[in-house]
Design a protein around this ligand. Structure first.
Ligand code: IYR
Length: 221
């Protein structure tokens, strides 16, 4: 017999009419989410960040191993250390490592090696993926780590947006400096660096088009 305990699913059916209304309004809300690169320095309460991380932690994961750690940084010195290290790598990326084509593809976003958002934003959430777990010094395997952590990050971004805040999914490369600055254990690797906060006054974002439903889906009925 399966020794795992089972409990009744918490589930409330909604009418078709409510499904239509809720799915439409959630889409409209999510369609306003944008990556933001200019942050105000206004503070965000720690409890809001904790709730957002709790939401991300509800993501499904391979064998329910939850192979993630969310480090939330508001400490001024640590944010500065992260910014300086990120800018060092990004300077090399923009001046040496990135191809002509890559730089051209990034032109619409007006990005460069300077990352003021890493000190302006009140919080940086650094998401770490756990290649394995360490239980009493013993290695325990995790599964589908990238899929799991990608799902958790999607839910994290949705929770940030839902809370009325903005974020940037930042991927300085390489990201080893985050393990060093935050003194993470050897089983953790940085996955995403996410400044969270309020947009700067008169913040602008690139004029982007999203693909249409026809372009992103195929229905087989
Ligand atoms: N990591 C760099 C470059 C960059 C790359 C991609 I692909 C983007 O969509 C945006 C930026 C940076 O953060 O500037």
């Amino acid at each position: 017999m399966n020794s795992q305990a089972f409990i009744p699913l918490v589930y409330q059916e909604v009418t078709e009419e409510a499904q239509l209304q809720k799915s439409r309004s959630f889409y409209e809300q999510m369609n306003n989410r944008r990556s933001v690169r200019h942050f105000d320095t206004k503070e965000v309460p720690k409890e809001v960040i904790q709730n957002i991380i709790l939401t991300a932690g509800t993501a499904p994961s391979g064998a329910h191993k939850q192979p993630w750690t969310f480090c939330a940084v508001s400490n001024t010195e640590l944010k500065l250390a992260i910014r300086e290290a990120a800018e060092k790598e990004e300077y090399l990326n923009y001046t040496k490592r990135m191809s002509e084509q890559w730089l051209k593809d990034l032109e619409p976003f007006d990005t460069d090696w300077q990352k003021p958002m890493l000190t302006d934003a009140p919080w940086l959430i650094v998401v770490f993926r756990k290649a394995f777990d360490l239980v009493d010094g013993e290695k325990k395997k995790n599964y589908y780590i990238n899929e799991s952590i990608g799902l958790a990050c999607g839910m994290l971004l949705s929770a940030i947006h839902h809370a009325g805040l903005v974020a940037l999914t930042h991927t300085p490369s390489p990201m080893q400096f985050l393990v060093d600055v935050l003194q993470r254990p050897q089983n953790e690797k940085a996955f995403l660096l996410i400044p969270v906060g309020y947009p700067a006054k008169n913040c602008e974002v690139p004029k982007l088009e999203r693909k249409t439903l026809d372009e992103i889906s195929v229905f087989y009925e």
